[in-house]
Design a protein around this ligand. Structure first.
Ligand SMILES: Cc1cc2nc3c(=O)[nH]c(=O)nc-3n(C[C@H](O)[C@H](O)[C@H](O)COP(=O)(O)OP(=O)(O)OC[C@H]3O[C@@H](n4cnc5c(N)ncnc54)[C@H](O)[C@@H]3O)c2cc1C
Length: 291
């Protein structure tokens, strides 16, 4: 049985205390939330923090609430809470689509949105979802709070804009009228990581697509830049010809590699096809709310 190297353990009682501990221990310290990604990495010696700062008592970071035209989700919100939230389902069906196929109930009971995004695994589902939704990440350090667009949050595989001595506090998701969103994922077996996945979010204005967002998972070495697909969709009238063009661009712009989950060619094909399907469903959902 694999066990992690020894480490010191601190249990924070407030965000301020967690930040103070992060400052005190610097690069040697890591926050632990659900632990479903960090602990396996420690067992494999891919991460060797000397101090773990447990944030599971920070209930102040566990919430889903609407503030004007944004949905605010605390970093410690569990997958299960997202899946069971009526508010989330109403405004962002893409999150429910994704959560239904993330791992299994034990992982969803403990794993958090903050941990998922900070892990920055290229195959991770909520990062693609938050990218499609043009979410903003609220990051706090001892010197204050800053907000980062999702396009800048992921800086490479397993790298984020959260700096030393900082924590992710909240995700802010813009609530749009006449909007629709959807997530499509292919996995080898139920509960597995994606072979490839695509999420699309948009709104409809006078029958044309407004504010499109596209996120792809597992088809690049980090988060995939889908801005060319978004440019194609912006202001366009939904049609099968448009979906075909979006499918082609998504397939062109991703950079998958061959691995145990499939060949690069197969993943490229999936990236396009799943974008087409998510787009079609997002448009149908937006049209239903518009009617
Ligand atoms: C068997 C299994 C199957 C899985 N399948 C999937 C899947 O299909 N799709 C998918 O998307 N995910 C999957 N996961 C990952 C799962 O969703 C994890 O819960 C998630 O990746 C990490 O969340 P966590 O709260 O457990 O984070 P942790 O493991 O606690 O932390 C992960 C990283 O984030 C950092 N961190 C955590 N919270 C913060 C914060 N607030 N601020 C700054 N840094 C922070 C930690 O320091 C660490 O570096 C799977 C996991 C397992 C074990």
């Amino acid at each position: 049985m694999q066990v992690p190297a020894s480490f010191d353990y601190q249990r924070a009682e407030s965000v301020d205390q967690a930040l103070e501990l992060l400052q005190r221990f610097g690069e040697e310290a890591r926050v632990v939330a659900g632990g479903h990604s960090l602990l396996p990495m420690m067992k494999l010696r891919l991460a060797r923090p000397e101090v773990l700062i447990d944030i599971n008592d920070l209930h102040e970071l566990d919430y889903i609430r609407q503030e004007q035209n944004e949905l605010c989700v605390g970093a410690l919100t569990r997958h299960r809470a997202l899946l069971e939230s009526e508010l989330v389902g109403r405004h962002f069906p893409i999150i429910h689509d994704a959560e239904r196929v993330i791992a299994d109930p034990p992982v969803r009971n403990r794993g958090t949105i903050g941990g998922s995004l900070c892990q920055a695994d290229p195959s991770e589902d909520l990062s693609a979802v938050c990218g499609a939704l043009h979410a903003r990440a609220v990051i706090r350090g001892r010197d204050g709070t800053r907000t980062v667009d999702m396009a800048e949050f992921h800086q490479g595989p397993y790298e984020t804009a959260v700096g030393s001595g900082e924590m992710l506090i909240e995700l802010r998701l813009p609530v749009l009228s006449a909007s629709g969103s959807a997530y499509e994922k292919v996995e080898r077996k139920a509960g597995d990581w994606a072979v490839a996945a695509a999420g699309v979010a948009l709104s409809l204005s006078d029958g044309r697509i407004a504010e499109p967002g596209v996120g792809l998972a597992a088809v690049g070495s980090g988060s995939v830049n889908a801005s060319r697909v978004e440019e194609l969709l912006l202001g366009a009238e939904p049609s099968e010809a448009l979906y075909e063009a979006a499918c082609r661009r998504a397939a062109e712009d991703c950079t998958p590699v061959t691995d145990g989950r499939g060949s690069a060619e197969y993943k490229r094909h999936l990236a396009g096809e799943l974008t087409r399907r998510a787009l079609r469903r997002a448009v149908a959902r937006a049209a239903a709310t518009e009617a």
